[in-house]
Ligand binder design. Structure first.
Ligand code: UDP
Length: 341
C-alpha cells in the first residue's frame, strides 16, 4: 500500500482525536459518491479509520485516483469507477454521502450540463438507494445557493440572490434543485436526508492545476513557482476559508448525528478575508517573490461570502479550529512536496 503524505497522516490523526471514541459508523456500510475528489477522499480516509466499510464511487472527471490509491487493497475499501447518473445497485448502505460534482467555477462552466446532471439525476439515483435501504443520506450542497448574498454573515434561512441564467447557474441552480429534491424525498417518503451548505474549503488534495484550480490552491502553486499571482478584479471581494479537516469533521457529524434529519446546515469558517489579503498572506507564508497582478473581474463573482454557523454549533457542537495561517502552512507544505516529487 502507498504511504500517505505526512501532512495528511497527521491531519487524519487530529480528526480522530476530535472524534475519540465515536463508533457511529463502526462496522457500517457507507457509500461516498465523488469519493476520489477533494472532500470525498478525506471522508473515505476518516470513515475507514472509524471502522466503516467504504464504497467509493467516482467517474474521475475531477476526482483523482491518486487521492485514494493508498486505500486500494484495504479490506474495507471498494472503488467503483462509474458515473453517479448511471448508478444502480442492490447493495445495502447504512449511510450515503452524495459529493459527486465538479465544484471549481472555471471547471463547471466548461462542463455545465454534466454538472447539472450530477446534482439532479445523480441526486435522484442516490436518493432511490437511500429510500430502499433506509439510509441516512447527506447532500454536499454549497454556499453558492445563496448566490451574491445580501445578508452577511449568511444564515440558512436566507433564500439567496442567484442569477438563474448566468454562467454560474449550472452549479448554483443544480445545487438548489438537488436540495429541493432531497427535501422532497424527506417530505414524501420520510428519507433521513441531511443537507450541508459548504463554504470555501481548502487544504491538501485541493487541485491547483488548470481550470480545477481554486483561489487558495492556485495562489500557492503560483507563489511556489514564482509565477504571477492572478487576482480577478479589484481583489476586494471576500471569501471565508475553512481548512479541510474542520470541514471533514463537520460533514461526518452531519452524516451521523441525531437531530439533523431534514435539516440544512452551513459549514464553513466565519473568518471573512478579501482575496487581496489571501494573496498577500500566501506570498508571505511561501516567502515568494511572485508579483500580485490584477486581471479583469469574472462575471457574477459573488462580492462577499461568510457563513453564519450558529446552527452548526447548536446542532452539532461544531466550529472550525484551524486558523487560516496554520491551514495555509500545512497546505503549502503538502503542495511543495507534491511539486518536488
Ligand atoms: N480568484 C482569483 N484568482 C484565481 C482564482 C480565483 O482572484 O486565480 C477569485 C475568484 O474570482 C473569487 C475568489 O477568488 O472571487 C474565490 O474563487 P474560488 O475559485 O476559489 O471559489 P468560489 O468562491 O468563486 O467558488
Amino acid at each position: 500500500m502507498k504511504r500517505l503524505d505526512p501532512v495528511l497522516e497527521e491531519d487524519t490523526k487530529r480528526m480522530l482525536v476530535d472524534l475519540e471514541g465515536d463508533s457511529a459508523v463502526e462496522g457500517r456500510s457507507v457509500l461516498v459518491t465523488g469519493g476520489a475528489g477533494f472532500l470525498g477522499s478525506w471522508l473515505c480516509d476518516l470513515l475507514l479509520k472509524l471502522g466503516a466499510q467504504v464504497t467509493c464511487l467516482d467517474n474521475f472527471s475531477s476526482g483523482r485516483l491518486d487521492n485514494v490509491s493508498h486505500l486500494l487493497g484495504h479490506e474495507r475499501f471498494r472503488l467503483v469507477k462509474q458515473d453517479v447518473t448511471r448508478f444502480e445497485c442492490n447493495d445495502k448502505y447504512d449511510f450515503i454521502v452524495h459529493a459527486a460534482s465538479r465544484a471549481s467555477p472555471e471547471d463547471y462552466q466548461i462542463h455545465p450540463i454534466e454538472t447539472m446532471l450530477a446534482n439532479s439525476l445523480g441526486s435522484l439515483k442516490v436518493l432511490e438507494v437511500a429510500r430502499r435501504c433506509d439510509s441516512k443520506i447527506l447532500y454536499t450542497s454549497t454556499s453558492e445557493v445563496y448566490g451574491d448574498a445580501k445578508v452577511i454573515p449568511t444564515p440558512e434561512d436566507y433564500w439567496g440572490n442567484v442569477n438563474p441564467i448566468g454562467p454560474r447557474s449550472c452549479y448554483d441552480e443544480a445545487k438548489r434543485f438537488g436540495e429541493a429534491l432531497f427535501m422532497s424525498y424527506y417530505r414524501k417518503y420520510g428519507v433521513d436526508v441531511r443537507i450541508a451548505r459548504i463554504f470555501n474549503t481548502y487544504g491538501p488534495r485541493l487541485r491547483e492545476d488548470s481550470a480545477y484550480g481554486r483561489a487558495v490552491s492556485r495562489f500557492i502553486s503560483q507563489a511556489l513557482r514564482g509565477d504571477d499571482i492572478t487576482v480577478y478584479g479589484d481583489g476586494e471581494q471576500t471569501r471565508s476559508f475553512c481548512y479541510v479537516t474542520d470541514m471533514t469533521v463537520g460533514l461526518y457529524l452531519m452524516l451521523t448525528r441525531e437531530g439533523v434529519k431534514g435539516q440544512v446546515v452551513n459549514l464553513g469558517n466565519p473568518r471573512e478575508t478579501t482575496i487581496n489579503e489571501l494573496a498577500e498572506l500566501i506570498k508571505r507564508i511561501t516567502n515568494s517573490r511572485s508579483r500580485i497582478v490584477h486581471l479583469p473581474p469574472v462575471p457574477d463573482d459573488p462580492r462577499r461570502r461568510c457563513p453564519d454557523i450558529s446552527r452548526a454549533t447548536e446542532l452539532l457542537g461544531w466550529r472550525p479550529r484551524v486558523s487560516l495561517e496554520d491551514g495555509l502552512r500545512r497546505t503549502v507544505e503538502w503542495l511543495k512536496r507534491k511539486i518536488e516529487s
